[in-house]
Design a protein around this ligand. Structure first.
Ligand SMILES: Nc1ncnc2c1ncn2[C@@H]1O[C@H](COP(=O)(O)OP(=O)(O)OP(=O)(O)O)[C@@H](O)[C@H]1O
Ligand SMILES: [Mg+2]
Length: 356
């Protein structure tokens, strides 16, 4: 059945779901769009804070009705307190909301940046590979709804398998377990996933994936300081965040915004990586500090966080990334791989708890 027909059928079925205070779910203003992808069906019911228990039975009934027409897709009907609550929770509440450990994962590291295109995903993947090379059982979660790039970087295709019990089986690539929020969407669909839907999809991907025992999960965040970032910080205890920045002052000003947000959310800052730090000419091997290299090291000092290292701007990194053959895995003896391994080593040195 076409996706749009499934969504219509679910919506019609929701008319049979009673909600607290009278009325039915289909006409409830807090019901999001019903998103149907190749592998998943998702909808969020946005409710006032404190109404979770009252809406529990309605959610369960909606879940059951959606599963009845899901044709094998994984169904995620979730309750969310409204977006304003999430965005301003830190301002309104005296303490952070309860965070729940993700079963099977010891440490979760977010890779963040203030602005887009600084090489966050490339760094996340290669850092994860370098951590794996250091002996840690490592996974990658691509939480970048609007520009997922982990599938391309790791050369993985298609949606993850869903086990009979509804749990996702992550992709395996170069020794990493990997799952991407993007594999749940068809192109162009991300735009209709509004705040609460995106955050509940993230929650389900995190908690309903068979990670099978990881020392570290590296989460590639979207750029900036939006809902996904805030909700990840509030939902799970993060070991901390690694910030990626290019050397330009402008990028560092943007990085500072991300850092300020993480500080407000009381997320430990594990360190700063300077990407596209300098250019190495492929013919002569000569190094050029085209962006005024070193800005990130100074900034890290000033911000009181570890400087983890620098990655040069080299064609090999771009080409291997585009080809789904990340440099740490496919050219481990090269200078580029060495740069990422040095960053991982520095991270493990400055945050020794990650090994435990
Ligand atoms: N050190 C590097 N040398 C050369 N190219 C690089 C380097 N790091 C990243 N790139 C390239 O720069 C582009 C952007 O990188 P990437 O997708 O990792 O950035 P991002 O910060 O995750 O971007 P977005 O904000 O879109 O998520 C990609 O084409 C990537 O291959
Ligand atoms: Mg990215």
């Amino acid at each position: 059945m076409p996706s749009s027909d499934i969504a219509d059928r679910i919506k019609a079925a929701f008319a049979r779901v009673e909600i607290p205070g009278g009325g039915n779910l289909a006409e409830f203003s807090g019901l999001s769009d019903i998103i149907v992808t190749q592998g998943a069906i998702a909808a969020a019911i946005s409710i006032a804070p404190g109404m979770e228990a009252a809406f529990g039975p309605a959610r369960a009934e909606a879940q059951r009705l959606a599963e009845a027409v899901a044709e094998g897709r994984k169904v995620m009907i979730s309750l969310t307190a409204d977006k304003a609550t999430a965005t301003h929770a830190h301002a309104r509440q005296p303490g952070p909301p309860a965070k729940e450990q993700v079963p099977g994962i010891k440490h979760i590291i977010a890779v963040a940046s203030g602005k887009g295109g600084v090489g966050k995903s490339t760094t996340a993947v290669n850092l994860a590979l370098a951590l794996a090379a250091a002996g840690l059982r490592t996974g990658v979660l691509d939480a970048d709804l609007y520009g997922p790039s982990i599938p391309k970087l790791l050369g993985i295709e298609g949606k993850p398998a869903v086990r009979a019990d509804g749990i996702f089986a992550p992709h395996q690539a170069y020794g990493l377990k990997a799952i991407s929020i993007g594999s749940m969407l068809t192109p162009g669909q991300a735009v209709v996933w509004r705040g609460p839907m995106a955050t509940s999809a993230l929650r389900q991907l995190l908690r309903e994936t068979d990670w099978g025992g990881l020392d570290v999960l590296v989460v590639d965040l979207p750029p900036g300081t939006g809902d996904i970032q805030i909700s990840l910080c509030q939902q799970v205890p993060l070991a901390g965040a690694v910030i990626v920045s290019t050397p330009q002052d402008l990028a560092l000003i943007d990085a500072k915004k991300a850092i300020d947000m993480l500080r407000r959310l009381q997320i430990p800052l594990l360190g700063l990586v300077e990407n596209m730090s300098y250019f190495v000419a492929p013919d002569t091997g000569k190094r050029y500090d085209i962006f005024g290299h070193g800005g990130a090291r100074t900034a890290a000092d000033r911000l009181g966080m570890p400087f983890l290292g620098e990655v040069p701007l080299v064609m090999a990194i771009r080409e291997t990334s585009d080809a789904g053959m990340p440099v740490v895995a496919t050219a481990p003896e090269g200078d580029e791989a060495r740069a990422y391994r040095a960053i991982a080593a520095e991270l493990l040195r400055t945050s020794p708890g990650l090994r435990g």
